[in-house]
Write a protein that binds this ligand. Sequence first.
Ligand SMILES: *Cc1c(COP(=O)(O)O)cnc(C)c1O
Length: 360
Amino acid sequence: MSRIWNFSAGPAVLPEEVLREAAEEMLDYRGCGMSVMEMSHRSKMFQEIIDQAEADLRELMGIPSNYKVLFLQGGASQQFAMIPMNLMKNRVADYIVTGQWAKKAWQEAKLFGTANKVASSEDKTFSYIPDCSDLPISPEADYVYICENNTIYGTKFHTLPDTKGKPLVADVSSCFLSEPVDVSRYGIIYGGVQKNIGPAGVVISIIREDLITEDVLDGTPTMLRFKTHADNGSMYNTPPCYGIYICGKVFQWLKRQGGLEAMRARNERKAKLLYDYLDQSSLFHGTVVPQDRSLMNVPFVTGDAALDAEFVKEASAAGLANLKGHRTVGGMRASIYNAMPYEGVQALVRFMERFERAHR
Ligand SMILES: *Cc1c(COP(=O)(O)O)cnc(C)c1O
């Protein structure tokens, strides 16, 4: 067996310890004679798994008791519709468009009402976060929407927007659990887990209770109502059981690492290594304004598309995989999520140094 350094944006690297534990429990979960994949979601054993996962997530993030934690399906993309269907009582919402995912969410919301683009960074290919300290928030807006970490472009909101009292809805798919958050500042925090937590197929949505109501848009299907899932402990229907089990193991792993403060310190140290190298390199450079850089996704280029392609190819041959930038932007992108060890980033920087010497 040999494992590579996997810089994929998602699905992405998971902690090796978690994969080993899951392998050990694959055929016989704690003496019950079957895999978690094979057990009823109504069994006592699975109930314990989901309850423990929720309890550990609440502890890690310090989730206040007036927030529900939902384990959902449909990917983050389904939330682009589910959020307006559940929250757009006045049929108005304000969107801050800082990348492809925010743009998709904004376009989806337009199917249901007036979705205003109140700020954008599209003028400079989403390479920065706009000033959101005094936005033209609509008085009737039901919520203000952001994508907190822009997976494709490598930007992050380091300061949350002033929503002027409106609930803030944040897609945190690619920065979930990467550092501490103050949950009470949000109406909804949600994300697909396949970037920084677990296997594809689970979406976690943390929702302030007053936003979970029966007053949803006409025609909202049962499965797309937050209330359906909240009232049934995320088990109105069969949940993504195995994915939830792996998420639970990752939560335990995060607790063993020292929680989110410790993860922030580790993630800052990893990102600094790469950004410091990029800032002094005469071949590679980062594409994001320094003050808005993400700790998780680091895009960079040489300025020569053919050389970029050569880099990606040689890196892959050297065991540094999935460094190709998103198909819409080109260049390179290193995703250095929680489960990427410092040694992986060190290996990348050493490889970049060698490549730079060879191509100067
Ligand atoms: C990957 C990603 C999505 C899309 O997730 P799916 O689960 O594939 O729908 C949405 N938002 C962000 C920020 C992402 O990184």
